[in-house]
Design a protein around this ligand. Structure first.
Ligand code: TNX
Length: 536
């Protein structure tokens, strides 16, 4: 009897493991109950949707058509169940980004309150299917089976972001779209597009054509690490036209991704000054688009002409990007030139500003006022705390968490993106065996261990932490392949920290799921890094 019991529990145990092994969803859902049996998508299966979710249902249907080589259409039905079907159902009682998914032998039902929730349900369904469902063409003999289960899911944080610096290196629209696809696949909802830098201005501004005519091209680029003093001698440039930006914004909208555009000020502005030197502290200086990495001392002067220029630029930017947030940078603004500028020193006296940090704060506050007057919200890097935080600002904490903690204590919204855990430009494995990176050392495991709600905050203060973001600075990423290599799979870990409740998170389990997930990335032709596979 005892033996039989042992045998039975072993059998049940292995069946359970078998069942568990089929659920390799990243980010892991809040609640998943495995069930026996499977739903098989076949010739007779129909995709049925409430009108509101038709586009989302189409998105799923199109992918299924690609891999199965069929040309089925989605049918619209508010209620009533077809025999073998995938159904999209409206459920008012769910949260804005939440969904439920029920897979049983006859049907899969995805319920949501919003199309966005339904879209996340689709992302989960795709990850319940064999990984070849992410292929770009028909897969012969593919059995489209979904293991039965009941899932209830919703994100932990409202802001789940991934950032891309296109200033240091420029990446074409086709890649930006692929990046957005990958953002959506991982249930991130925000793409932070870092559009201007010392080394290149990358967005067309109609009122100031020289920003791209002159500011988008540098005459050469540093070779290797800062300090080598070697340059490649090759002009480098690129920018997005406003039509391309509109196209990308529309594309992101379909994937339920909001774009946060970033226009850097008052620092990281050398490319803009190369185009319009009159906006700098020394209008007579010959400014060039920066050819080396690091922090340039050439910054905007806080003159009325500069504010007019920036307001005009931001007006065009706000017309292009409908999201609530506009990022104005604010980081790494050396004060050297402000210190030795008669204009700046006089302005400080006139405005009663006691030092140059307060002058930076004056600068940011004026921009905040402008952005707020247009019904938008301003985000800035944590330096905007120095010299007094602007009333409506959201802070992105990058120099550790201190800035975020201070801002939350003052009642400001915060997005966590500390260099220690979320800088995907740092080395992810032994630098001896890795391609050149900026420095640092950030393993997949360390990213995964990140906890965005600091102990220093009370429960009420923690509510100001809106979420987190992985940053992809591209000084050392010359190609899209390298961007993918540095971003993945670490972004998968960022996604899980942002979406999944702490109680479901476990690194060993994550890496098990990730081994399946990288097959998906492979099918999507993502050049992900494999070093985590050999990490002890
Ligand atoms: C700091 S993060 C910067 C970037 C660099 C990055 C390199 C931030 C607001 N500023 O300009 O690219 O470090 O890791």
């Amino acid at each position: 009897m005892k033996k039989l019991f042992i045998c039975l529990s072993l059998l049940i145990g292995s069946l359970a493991t078998f069942a568990q092994n089929q659920y390799n969803i990243i980010p892991i859902p809040q609640k998943l109950i495995p069930q026996s049996g499977e739903f098989v998508i076949g010739k007779s299966t129909s995709v049925v949707s409430a009108t509101e979710f038709k586009d989302v249902a189409n998105f799923l249907n199109e992918q299924l058509n690609v891999v199965s080589g069929s040309s089925k259409k989605v049918s619209i039905k508010e209620k009533g169940l077809a025999s073998s079907s995938i159904q999209f159902v409206k459920n008012e009682s769910l949260g804005d980004e939440a969904y439920t998914l029920k897979a049983s032998s006859k049907q899969v039902v995805i319920s949501a309150k919003t199309a966005k929730g339904a879209f996340y349900g689709v992302q989960t369904l795709l990850q319940l299917l064999p990984t070849q469902v992410f292929s770009e063409s028909k897969v012969e003999g593919l059995k489209l089976s979904v293991p039965n289960c009941t899932i209830e899911d919703a994100p932990r944080y409202v802001y789940r972001g991934l950032h891309l610096d296109v200033g240091r290196h420029f990446f074409p629209v086709s890649f930006v779209k692929k990046f957005i696809d990958l953002i959506a696949l991982h249930k991130f909802n925000t793409f932070h597009w870092h559009l201007t830098e010392d080394q290149g201005w990358r967005i067309e501004i109609k009122k100031y054509p020289k920003l791209t005519e002159i500011g988008s091209i540098r005459k050469e680029t540093l070779v290797g690490h800062y300090g080598t003093g070697k340059y490649d001698g090759k002009p480098y440039g690129g920018f997005y036209t406003q039509d391309e930006v509109k196209d990308v914004v529309a594309y992101a909208k379909k994937k339920f991704v909001t774009i946060v555009p970033e226009i850097e000020m008052p620092g990281h502005a050398q490319a803009a000054l190369a185009a319009y030197p009159e906006l700098g502290c020394n209008p007579d200086k010959i400014y060039e688009v920066y050819t080396t990495w690091g922090v340039s001392e050439d910054v905007f002067a806080p003159r009325e002409e500069t504010f007019t220029f920036l307001e005009n630029v931001l007006t065009e930017v706000m017309e292009l990007f409908p999201g609530q947030y506009i990022h104005i940078g604010g980081d790494e603004c050396p004060k050297t030139q402000w210190k030795s500028s008669r204009f700046c020193q006089n302005l400080m006296k006139r405005e009663g500003l006691k030092d140059e940090h307060e002058l930076q704060s004056y600068f940011i506050r004026r921009i905040d006022k402008f952005i707020t007057s247009k019904g938008r919200k301003m985000i800035g890097w944590d330096e905007i705390l120095e010299g007094g935080l602007s009333p409506n600002a959201t802070v992105m904490s990058w120099r550790g968490e201190e800035g975020g903690i201070a801002a939350a204590k003052e009642g400001h919204d915060v997005i966590m993106t500390p260099g220690s855990h979320l800088y995907l430009d740092h080395y992810q494995a032994d630098p001896k065996t890795e391609p050149l990176a900026i420095g640092g050392f950030l393993t997949l495991e360390k990213v995964y261990s990140y906890e965005p709600a600091p102990k220093e905050l009370t429960t009420d203060q923690k509510k100001f932490i809106l979420g987190l973001q992985g940053n992809v600075w591209t000084e050392y990423m010359e190609t899209t392949d390298k961007v993918e290599y540095m971003t993945f799979p670490r972004a998968c870990a960022v996604a899980e920290v942002a979406w999944s409740p702490v109680s479901t998170r476990n690194y060993t389990d994550f890496t098990k799921r990730l081994k399946v997930h990288i097959e998906r990335l492979g099918n999507l032709k993502v050049n992900y890094a494999k070093s985590f596979l050999s990490a002890k």
